[in-house]
Design a protein around this ligand. Structure first.
Ligand code: ATP
Length: 319
């Protein structure tokens, strides 16, 4: 048991990346944001954040091929999360955050949001500021629309800007192969490209396939999640924002068309991309698919979902 004289010396928190299983994009609101209807699934590509006490705020990042892609100052979402928590709780110390990244940077999988969620949980524990889930969720939503989901994890429906969450009833475990791209895509640029496609084709356009209602996740989607069968979910995956990613990077569509077939049940761009998520029939199929891609010189990552949201792995104490 802890007592008042104990303090945390080192807190290690893990938070997951996400795939949008469904993403319907509504019109721009007055603030320049799109209203979304989305279904998130948290997957087993994790960001690890280790928080240690410090008088000021500092950051170190490992696990990225090109360190220049991740800011180390106040533009970093984890740094902002720590400062937002300090301001909200009146905590007057700082923190050193070490971020070990596994989620592709600017890949459409919410890596920065996972870092922010992990930093909130880690600092709350390190500083013993004692905020509950709802308060952390509220602070997370201020940092970015995907941060609340990185806190909750699992499978959830997101509305508003994606930050108003309702847990979805989902059975089963889904096996994914993720194909990252060496070069990330800027989320605002993908939305701008999507706006052009939308202006040309109308709000129900879905990347050249059948039309979808961007305001509603269809009931068949939830039925598929309840079966726990990857074949059922494969038929329901939809990402309307893909049209923007395809416009900027046509080879993404070509890769999906080439890789999907047989036991590779479906392929979709994750969020704003450019990471491609392939849903496979089972784990052996997914392992083989990843190996096949690597043999051809492509990067391929394995993951399964759903997994839990940001959680403490260890918290060391010192009297
Ligand atoms: P989005 O949440 O916008 O869809 P994403 O998942 O595609 O983003 P992220 O890896 O979260 O991509 O990063 C997007 C950009 O945010 C990066 O290019 C980087 O400049 C900036 N960024 C801020 N904080 C972080 C962080 N902790 N890790 C990675 N990038 C960060």
């Amino acid at each position: 048991m802890s007592d008042a004289g104990e303090r945390r010396d080192r807190v290690h928190v893990r938070a997951p990346g996400k795939i949008n299983l469904f993403l319907g994009v509504g019109p721009l609101d007055g603030d320049g944001y799109h209203a979304l209807s989305t279904v998130f699934q948290a997957v087993s590509l994790y960001e690890d954040v280790i928080a240690t006490p410090s008088d000021d705020f500092s950051l170190a990042v490992t696990g990225v091929a090109d360190p220049s892609t991740v800011p180390l100052d106040d533009r970093n979402l984890a740094m902002r999360a720590a400062k937002v928590l300090a301001a909200a709780t009146g905590h007057d110390g700082g923190v050193h955050l070490e971020i070990r990244k596994s989620v592709p940077v600017a890949g459409g999988m919410g890596g920065g949001s996972a870092d922010a969620a992990a930093a909130l949980v880690a600092c709350n524990e390190l500083w013993r500021t004692g905020l509950g889930h709802d308060r952390l969720h509220e602070l997370g939503a201020r940092l970015g629309a995907d941060v609340p989901f990185a806190l909750s994890g699992g499978t959830a429906v997101g509305t508003g800007r994606g930050d108003v969450l309702t847990p979805a009833l989902a059975r089963g475990r889904y096996e994914w192969v993720l194909i990252p791209d060496d070069e990330g895509l800027s989320t605002p640029a993908v939305y701008r490209a999507y706006d052009v496609v939308r202006a040309e084709n109308g709000p129900a356009f879905y990347a050249g396939r059948e039309e979808i209602d961007p305001f509603e996740v269809p009931p068949s989607f939830f039925q598929a999640l309840l079966t726990g069968e990857p074949e059922e979910l494969a038929g329901c995956l939809r990402n309307q924002l893909e049209a923007g990613s395809f416009r900027l990077r046509p080879e993404l569509e070509e890769t999906i068309d080439r890789e999907v077939g047989g036991a590779v049940l479906a392929g979709i761009v994750s969020g704003s991309g450019p990471t491609i998520a392939l849903l496979c029939e089972d784990a052996p199929t997914a392992d083989r698919t990843a190996e096949r891609l690597r043999a051809r010189g492509r990067a391929a990552l394995r993951a399964h979902g759903p997994v839990r949201g940001a959680h403490v792995i260890s918290a060391a104490e010192q009297r």
